[in-house]
Design a protein around this ligand. Structure first.
Ligand code: CS2
Length: 492
């Protein structure tokens, strides 16, 4: 296996491997994507690959805002990579060609700004994860004290952050009389279009009030609900896929058969016909977004913290324990579903059934540790919004509060056997300090974590039903451990 996947070796691929159904030389750039991680490559880039077969205007220039790793893997492959769709039935391989070029933003700032400012770029898509928006997770407002935002406001022409790049490119377009691109966020934020619009408008306003008004009035930021489970690629994946291809692919992406993309149809400069590859265009994404964030991601985070603490490496391992299946089923049916307002015709029951199957998929090695990452940025939209709705109705939060308690136990950075946990979170240092000061007291730990306003807001720490339920569950986790707590969990 010496040869590398690239334009020249495409013809050598085994017959069963699907490849781009278009002439890659004929495509032009219509989309700039920020955050070229596995999720983008298993989701939006695939929908776009389908579209390119009929419309060559939507090629993607993809930028990584931090590390050169994706560039190093994909540049020698002419941007090509393999999508491996895995289930118990087997693995289907497909080479995706929609990414024309990868840019490493920190070392090619000007090149990225140029392509973002080009008139033919009509959409800027983003998957920069929750923390990439430099916002306050509890309120959704721009965090003006964020080091990258402070930097980007001082050095506007050489930004580092996603908001900094977007606003500088919009400023250039406005100055040149080029209409603004549409900003399409594909991250798991609540009301993600509105959140990104708020962040961008505020940033632009701080640069120049007139630019702030321009962003507010002229820039369209449709909301989207994106869904596909994409675990980090492992070395075994690389090896297995390389063998099947007969070629080396330095960074394939591995995913599940399920995929969904619901998008608000608001693209003043035009858009690809993504509906032809299965995307749904609707007038209001919010109900879908709530459904997905609260059912899928809320369950995922709950499984991740409790599963990790119980010693389970992957979501599928966690779901092989029937007590965890009961817990998530109860969480979804009893505590989340009553808070959702779905459009008529939406089939929640089959959505939830499918979720249980998706979580169980043993062909995906989705590590609990991976999902546990960045909890400070995820908890508000995954669990705490649901908690607020339940408290308003004086309804039970037994399982929701167990999920929150498990996060608290996790961010202490010490597992149930006394071994260190590698807690990855922009607030990790602060959370660790709080935990160290609490010294193993559930009461003190919970009290000090409730005081982190960016996560819990001003209201939740004052609600005794919430704080009481979390403390009780946290005490149980300390006393019995996660596995026994879940096994003995009875619910309301
Ligand atoms: C996961 C998500 O890592 C996580 O936090 O919950 O990435 C999840 O797999 C996707 O949102 C599924 O669409």
């Amino acid at each position: 296996m010496s040869d590398r996947l690239n334009e020249d070796s495409l013809a050598d691929l085994p017959e069963g491997v699907r490849r781009p159904a278009y002439d890659r030389k004929a495509i032009t750039t219509g989309i700039v994507h920020l955050g070229v991680g596995a999720f983008h490559r298993a989701h939006q880039a695939v929908y776009t690959d389908d579209v390119l077969a009929n419309d060559p205007r939507w090629g993607i220039v993809a930028a990584s805002l931090r590390s050169p790793d994706t560039y190093d893997a994909l540049a020698p492959q002419d941007g090509l990579y393999t999508l491996a769709v895995r289930s118990q039935a087997g693995e289907a391989l497909r080479v995706i060609g929609s990414i024309r070029q990868v840019i490493v933003a920190p070392r090619e700032v000007e090149q990225l700004l140029e392509v973002m400012s080009a008139p033919q770029t009509r959409i800027v898509t983003l998957t920069v994860t929750e923390k990439g928006y430099c916002h306050d997770p509890a309120t959704g407002a721009l965090n003006e004290a964020h080091p990258d935002i402070v930097h980007d406001l001082e050095f506007q022409r050489t930004p580092k952050s996603a908001p900094g790049f977007i606003v500088e490119a919009l400023r250039r377009r406005r100055a040149a009389g080029v209409p603004p691109f549409t900003v399409l966020t594909c991250d798991n934020l609540p009301s993600n279009g509105r959140t990104v619009k708020r962040v961008l408008t505020r940033f632009a306003e701080l640069v120049d009030p007139a630019l702030g008004r321009f962003v507010a009035d002229e820039v369209s930021c449709p909301s989207t609900m994106v869904d596909r489970i994409v675990p980090a690629t492992s070395d075994q994946d690389r090896e297995r896929i390389g063998e099947a291809l007969g070629l080396t692919d330095a960074w394939p992406v591995v995913t599940e058969p399920f995929t969904q993309w619901v998008i608000e149809d608001d693209f003043p400069q035009g858009r690809p016909a993504w509906e032809k590859s299965g995307a749904e265009f609707v007038a209001d994404v919010e109900p879908y977004e709530h459904m997905k964030l609260r059912l899928l991601n809320g369950s995922h985070s709950t499984l991740a913290y409790l599963g990790y603490l119980s010693g389970y490496e992957t979501v599928a391992d966690t779901m092989a324990d029937p007590a965890f299946v009961r817990l998530v089923q109860g969480l979804m049916d009893e505590e989340v579903t009553p808070t959702l307002h779905m459009p008529p015709g939406a089939d929640l029951a089959s959505y939830k059934r499918a979720l249980i199957e998706r979580f169980r998929n043993p062909a995906l090695k989705h590590r609990t540790w991976q999902i546990a990452m960045d909890g400070s940025q995820k908890l508000p939209q995954r669990l705490l919004g649901t908690v607020r709705d339940r408290l308003r109705e004086s309804a039970g939060i037994d399982r929701l509060s167990l999920g929150v308690a498990a996060w608290m136990r996790y961010v202490t950075g010490i597992d149930e056997k006394g071994a260190p946990i590698d807690v990855r979170d922009p607030m990790a240092a602060r959370l660790r300090e709080i935990a160290d000061r609490a010294g193993g007291s559930a009461e003190k730990l919970a009290e000090s974590l409730f005081a982190v306003r960016e996560i819990f807001g001003d209201d939740l720490p004052k609600d005794a039903r919430f704080t009481g339920a979390v403390k009780e569950n946290l005490a149980r986790l300390y006393e019995k451990g996660a596995k026994r707590t879940v096994a003995e969990f009875m619910g309301d």
